[in-house]
Design a protein around this ligand. Structure first.
Ligand code: SF4
Length: 109
């Protein structure tokens, strides 16, 4: 992925969704914000760390490289990932909301 391209974040999200059988949230406000942040983080830190969480860009954060380790379970349980970027095909996009953080506290990882 060339993160310098202007729509790299969107292209990445489309690739991930297609690969996982998910849907990219059609809400342009959410999607534009999250994908632009993903691309910016990838340019700064070398990997697309989750923009909805604090990341140092170290090995300890391997679980939150997008698509994060928690997305599959969150999409199964809530129909969406923590950021609301990826949805289950069954999820009504109008029902995207904040969901509980599944990532354990640092001392429990
Ligand atoms: S919650 Fe996970 S899958 Fe969703 S944008 Fe953040 S890292 Fe990606």
């Amino acid at each position: 992925m060339n993160w310098d391209e202007s729509d790299a974040g969107k292209a990445y999200a489309a690739q991930v969704a297609s690969h996982r059988g998910w849907v990219v949230n059609p809400d342009q406000d959410i999607t534009a914000h999250v994908t632009q942040s993903l691309a910016q983080i990838a340019r700064l830190k070398g990997k697309p760390y989750c923009p909805c969480r604090d990341a140092e860009g170290q090995e300890a954060d391997h679980d939150i490289v997008c698509p994060c380790k928690y997305a599959t379970q969150d999409i199964q349980e809530y129909g969406q990932c923590f950021c609301g970027l990826f949805l289950s095909p069954l999820k009504d996009p109008r029902e995207v909301t904040s969901i509980p953080e599944r990532r354990p506290e640092p001392e429990d990882r």
